[in-house]
Design a protein around this ligand. Sequence first.
Ligand code: GLA
Length: 390
Amino acid sequence: MTDKPVSYIGCLPALGWNSWNTFTWDINETLIKEVADLFVSEGYKDAGYEYIVIDDCWSLRERDENGHLVPDPAKFPSGMKALADYIHEKGLKFGMYSCAGTHTCAGHPGSFEHEFEDAKQFAEWGVDYLKYDYCFKPRNVSGELLYKRMSLALKNCGRDILFSACNWGEDNVYDWIRESGAHSYRSTGDIQDNWESIKRLALSQIDKKAFTGSFCHNDMDMLVVGMYGGSNSDWIGHGLSGCTDTQYKTHFALWCMMGSPLMIGCDIRKATPFTKKLLQNKNLLAINQDPESRGAYRILVEPQWFGKDDAFILVKVLQNGDLAIGLFNLSDNDRELSLQFWDMGLSYLSGIGLSMYDCFTDENLGVFRERFAKNVPANDCIVLRASLTR
Ligand code: GLA
């Protein structure tokens, strides 16, 4: 038995920023410090975002003669400990990246067969979060075993480090990830800065609501909100137009309702007022961060009129007895969506109605009985917080 204090890291979905979606390989300590500064000065920290995560391409291409990972001195001349200290002084947390395979996806050294010493190294640098990727895993080695191994290494490295697994939903991850000890797990391939990608990722996870929850959250990948084609990777969407504000809004609402970790992926130095307001929407963040972390169930809306993935309603039961209700119209036509309260277990005869609060407009919409129906524009959504009332 150790006398290690109880830790609640990973109990709720992580909130933060990650360098990959916009900057990929083009990262350095000045950028990371600027993001930390803006987290404080622009209200992201107060809204609940805390992890600043450096993704791939931070190290040299080879380990040193003692087998240690070496931060690229051209990108991080002050070293990782100094960067961690800077971030910690702002009251924020510091995240880094490695890989279960021999190499990271961009070809830098991975942690395969170095798990315990790398975990110790990360702890010494003051790391609070480790994203752990899946490229270049030796074919005949079990991925499940490698995540179990790194989890053990992190839990015993002398520091609380959130373990963010990233094996893209492969190898039946749902069957073994929770018991491996990971705090979240990527369930999908990489997101791209376009509407088709957002829809594809969300729909692939929408009925897997039992596979998320406290201390092991389904991570649907980092947000593309506010990128507008600003990635430097062609694959993610460099130079394309990205999405419309409405599509980014629906993306954010889906990730909040479905309990995904929320890692901002845009260049927050250039965030538009719309982007900032969306990312800091306190009502949506409260749904994402509800203490019970329940999955959201889907209610199909009049299946004879709508394709099941074109328009639907998500319901998430919240700890205080409220319901978070999202009406999603992923189709390209405006549609009236109606929610019959029977489908959430509320009978008309109970005399109970729902007092509806619009989480985007901050309006009390009044009390509704038996049903709620509203026009939802193409690609848009409405998110409500409903309280039961007599
Ligand atoms: C994989 C991950 C991405 C990112 C890149 C880095 O593709 O899924 O999120 O970390 O590797 O190379």
